[in-house]
Design a protein around this ligand. Structure first.
Ligand code: S3P
Length: 171
């Protein structure tokens, strides 16, 4: 089973991915963690010392490497992964993979991002007021990429229901 979860920061990719992986008996991976272990540095450190352009390059390289080397997974992408370097095309070329856009409302995204904003370099320095505006604009720019996924699942609701809905669409 190959499942690729994508969506904005705070859409639930990691939480849903971990739960789903147990149900479908496929190992869970998080592309950000994969990058961190390969680079020996946190995402925040990579952004700080090498910059976003470098991050986008390695994100692309490690995504391709991961897809080549694994044939059973629930993979949670970074929020920006589908939107750079032709990554969404690479994802869609994995014909046997189920790509799923986890779609949450702006208030839900904001609430979840605020829980660990400091780990997310793109929003770490924004005030709460600016955060809503930032998410709205950024999501507007990104959603055309996310919407290319094979499936879309709303993720404002409760975890068990979301995981059950995903399992239904996989059948
Ligand atoms: C990013 C999202 C982050 C991480 C990096 C950039 C983005 O992942 O890849 O900070 O561009 O939206 P999460 O969506 O898991 O927070």
């Amino acid at each position: 089973m190959k499942i690729i979860l994508l969506g904005y920061m705070g859409s639930g990719k990691t939480t849903i991915g971990k739960q789903l992986s147990k149900k479908v008996y496929a190992p869970f991976y998080d592309l950000d963690h994969y990058i961190e272990s390969r680079e020996g540095a946190s995402i925040s450190e990579i952004f700080k010392t090498k910059g976003e352009i470098y991050f986008r390059k390695i994100e692309h390289t490690y995504l391709k490497e991961f897809l080549q080397e694994n044939d059973s997974y629930v993979l949670s992408l970074g929020g920006g992964t589908p939107c750079y370097a032709g990554n969404m095309d690479i994802i869609l070329q994995e014909e046997s993979a189920h790509s799923i856009y986890l779609q949450a409302s702006i208030p839900t995204l904001k609430e979840r991002i605020q829980r660990n904003k400091e780990k997310r370099p793109l929003v770490a320095s924004l005030s709460d007021e600016k955060l809503t505006e930032y998410i709205a604009k950024h999501l507007f720019e990104r959603r055309a990429f996310y919407e290319k996924a094979k499936h879309t699942i709303p993720t404002d609701g409760d975890l068990d229901t979301i995981v059950a809905e995903i399992r239904i669409l996989l059948h």
